[in-house]
Design a protein around this ligand. Structure first.
Ligand code: 4HQ
Length: 259
């Protein structure tokens, strides 16, 4: 199929989620810009019930852990069939399992996923999934943070939301441009933001932001981003490195703390 312009029509970015709770989707992904983009067909979402692949009259999907212990594990045979079904419809998409022991989800991973055709996400429940499935189906394990959720669904939604807002046409131009200017402070924590009223509860908006001096404002914002990052996430600065100008700005920030 070709479009009027002669360019090839491209299938929208597609998230396929394997879950025991398909009714949780789209959930919060139907709100605001991601939800509007979903309605417009800028991306697609399919939640598939793992239960459909369960065995017997009760459609059992889980069983007790080999070696004993508490909790239940999602069965390899059930998940294998569910994954094979999902992959058949999305042969090119990376296969991801949400797990606290996965590689951390970062904006780098998000941008990489936004380039591709989509993702196949396995959102587990219980104590986890049979390890053989992870290996046999080459699942990439991804974690949204060092805490334990009740299931992978919220983590899957977090990943999808972060990717969808990167897709062309999902954010308006103003927001996209704001993201571009944020490249200035890429890898840093955001600077503080203010709006009206200019004085609230006896506290004024920083004078530089009211000055109209754009170069000074950008300099102040970068200084705040560097200072915050240094205070709260020093490892971000080590990973990123600082230019000579940035070292100077951070020195100013630390000096102003003493005042
Ligand atoms: N899970 N980042 C699914 C998580 C998690 C995380 C706990 C994943 C329960 C079954 N997923 N299992 N953190 O806490 O991705």
């Amino acid at each position: 199929m070709t479009e009027p312009g002669g360019t090839q029509a491209r299938a929208p970015w597609r998230a396929t989620v394997l879950t025991l709770f398909p009714e949780l989707f789209p959930g919060p992904l139907s709100a605001s810009r991601a939800g509007e983009a979903l309605k417009q067909g800028l991306w697609a979402l399919e939640a598939i019930s793992i239960r459909e692949f369960g065995f017997g009259r009760h459609r059992a999907v889980d069983d007790t852990p080999a070696g004993g212990g508490a909790g239940m594990i999602l069965r390899a045979d059930v998940l294998g069939a569910a994954i094979d079904h999902a992959v058949a419809g999305n042969p090119q998409s990376p296969r991801i399992c949400l797990s606290p022991r996965g590689e951390p989800l970062t904006q780098l991973v998000v941008r990489e996923l936004a380039k591709g055709p989509g993702v196949m996400l396995l959102a587990g429940r219980f104590e986890g999934i049979d390890q053989r499935v992870i290996e046999a189906r080459a699942l990439r394990e991804v974690s949204i943070g060092d805490y334990v959720l009740s299931g992978g669904e919220l983590a899957a939604m977090v990943l999808i939301d972060a990717v969808v807002r990167q897709l062309p046409g999902v954010l308006n131009d103003e927001q996209s441009a704001a993201e571009d200017s944020f490249a200035r402070s890429a890898g840093l924590l955001d600077c503080p933001h203010y709006t009206r009223p200019e004085v609230w509860d006896g506290e004024a908006v920083p004078a530089v932001l009211m000055s109209g001096h754009h170069a000074q404002i950008e300099r102040w914002r970068l200084k705040q981003a560097l200072g915050r990052s240094w205070q709260r996430r020093p490892e971000l600065l080590e990973r990123r490195g600082l230019s000579a100008e940035e070292v100077k700005l951070l020195e100013e920030f630390r000096q102003e703390l003493k005042n």
